[in-house]
Design a protein around this ligand. Sequence first.
Ligand SMILES: [Zn+2]
Length: 238
Amino acid sequence: MKQNKKYPIIWKKDDFSIKIFCSIPNIATGILLKAGSFHFIIDPGDGILRDLNKEIGTKKILEISDIFVSHGHHDHVGGVWSLLTYLRVMNKKSPLTIFFPKGCVEIGSIYNAFKKVYSKTISYEINLQKLNHTNSFRRKSVLIKPFPVIHREYLHDGIKTRQVPAFGYTFTYQGKKICYGGDTAYCKEIVLNAKNSDLAILEAGHDDETPDEMHMTLAEAKSIGETAKKYFLVHVPE
Ligand SMILES: [Zn+2]
């Protein structure tokens, strides 16, 4: 029987912490990263607004500057619309930047629809950062490194598949590194980036033990996790 983590999952080292509200395949993922006094959102799936309100409250939500999206599947971006709308209703003033892999059309589409619906009534600036490289960059003293992963989806025939733009990220703060793989099959990049990290958050979303190019099997995810100082398996089918 597959083991599943009960949510939320929390990791904390000094001023650096992460809370995984949930990560359930085809339902929702939602993650909050805290570095010092700054909060970042990672993969705002459905329910993120409810979870953020409970966790940090409106004032802190309005201060959030950055959202990191691993890929555009609904269980990773389903909360973006409600989040953008909530920030407008609550009169956010500071800018918001959304980082996502180039080619992830979902984020651009949600943004365009949001702009179209609310046009001149949006109180804050939204910056879309399409990542098309794997260079590291810094946000609020956190070093962020995106890395490409292998993640595919079925076409309408349910047989053929295609690669979706998908990234994992490492977040390094005060010498501590968290590696979040997003949704990924077993691939070189997740192996390299998870190795020696202080925390690896690894999906084990494959529903049997035959490797494919969509998700990792439990055995694959564990083998990578054991190269990190600590790991959590997430996105495990229920
Ligand atoms: Zn996915």
